[in-house]
Write a protein that binds this ligand. Sequence first.
Ligand SMILES: [Zn+2]
Length: 500
Amino acid sequence: MLRPPNIDPPQRPLSIMTTATSASGQDKTGATWATAVTDENAWEDLILTLDGGGIRGYASLLILKRLVHEIVKCERRLQETEGPIKDSPRQSFNEDELLLCHYFDYMYGTSTGGLISVMLGRLRMTVPQCLEIYRQVGNDLFGHRRNVLPLATKYRHKPLEKAVQRIVKEYCKHHENCDGLDWHPWNVDEKDAPTSSSASTTGETYRICQSICLTATRSGQLDEAYLLRTYDHRYDPEICPIWLTPYNEGADKLKIWQVTRATSAAPFFFKMLEADFGPQRGKVGFKDGGIRENNPSYAAYSEHASLRGDDHEPALLLSVGTGRPDTSHDGFAAAWPGPFGKVPLVKQWSEKIAVFKNLLIKYTEGEDRHKMMRTIAKGEHRWYKRLNVNKGLENMKMDHWESGHWTDPSTGIKKVVPGGKSLTRMEEATHAYLDRNEADKTLLEYQPPKVVLQQVAERLVRHRRAREATKHQDLKRWETHMGQYLTGTRVDHEDGAVKK
Ligand SMILES: [Zn+2]
C-alpha cells in the first residue's frame, strides 16, 4: 500500500536506489524514501525529537501511540509478504508491548518531551505505560490549581521529583530492588553501572537507544542550551563540520530524577535544579530547556552532524510537537500557564518578566525551527518529518488540568476523572489530526499526517528487520541495541515489565 505505484523491482543494485537518503530525492510523495533500506544503511541513525509543552506532552504521546500501531501493522505485513527474519525469536507483534527503543537510536526532548524521551529511551518503557504515567503525573502536578502567588515556585517541583523516582523504581530493568535513584548516563564510574557501549573491532561504537534532555544553564549573562545525555559525547574536530556551534560535551553525572527536573524547571513553575559537580566544576543551575530550544530537532541534527559529519544525513529525524500555537492572537497568554497575565502586581518582578517574555518567544518558535529543518532537509519527503496537532490545542495552557469525562481505553468505560476534560480534549484533537485524509496545503504538508506516520513506520520497520537479518555480521552490536547488557536478559521483555 505504501509502495510507490508502478515501480518494478529495481533492476539496478539497491545501493544506487537507496542513496535517496542523501541524494536530492525525486519522489516528492516520500514513498520511495520509506522503503529505501539496505544492509549497508541499516544502522544509520534513527532519531526522535519531542517538543516541550507541559501537559500537552500527552498529545505527543498519542501521536507515538498511533506510530506504534502503524509499526505493528507494517511488521505483520512485511512478515507476510517478505517472510519472517531467519532465527528471529520474535514471532508476533503486540501494540501494547512494543518498545520504541528497539526502533530509534536517539531520543531528544525538551521539558515534558525530555521526560518522555527518558521514559521511552532510558527506562525503555512502552507508550501505553507513558500515557498512564502522564495521566497520573498530570494529577500530581496540575491536579490542584495553585492558590499561591503566581511567581512563587517553592515546592512545586517536589511532586515531579517524587513521581520520577517512583517511575524509575517501578520500571528500572537493572536493579533487583531499585531505589529509584539511578543515574541518567548509561555508563558512570560505578562498579555496578551497566555497560552500554564499547568500541567494536571495526571502530564503531556499540550503542543502545540514547536519551538526551535539552535544558538551559546560565553562562555569563545568557541562558544557554545545554544537553544532558546518556552517553559521553565528544566533538571530534576531524568530523565536526565547521558551521556547527557546539553544545557542551560529555555526559553529566546526574540522576534520572535530576535530569527530568532540570529539563522542566520552568521559572514560575518549578524551582531551578541546582546540581553540585564537586570541587572542580562547582554548582550548576539548570532551567527549563524551553527557554532556549523548545523544539530540540535542530539540536538533534547538529549532534548528528558532529558525530557523522555533515555529508551524512540521518536515516530519519522525526520531530513531534505539542500542538501548534495560534499565532493569530496573543500567544503569550495562550502558550504559558497560570494567572500570570491577569495579575497586575507582576510589575514588581521586572527581571522575571524579562525572562518570561523570552520564554514566550521560545515556546512559540517551535514552528520556526521546523521551517529551518525543512530547509536543511530539503523538504519533508525525505529524512526529516514533523508531526504536530494543528488544531484544537492552540489555546490550551500547559498546566491545563480540568476534571471531566474521560474514557479509559483499556475498559471502554467513560467516567468523570481528574483532568478528564483536558485528556479528552487532547485525544479528540490528536485523533482528528491523525485521521485527516487531506494534506493541509496552507501548512505545507506534503502528505496527510496519517500517511507521514505510515512512511515513518515502514522506514523504522525496514531498518529493524535489516538490522536483525544481518545481526551475525556483528552480533554484539545487535545485542547491545536490544538491551542485552543492561537488562541481563537476551532481549528486553517485549511487554516492558520488570521480570526478575
Ligand atoms: Zn534501578
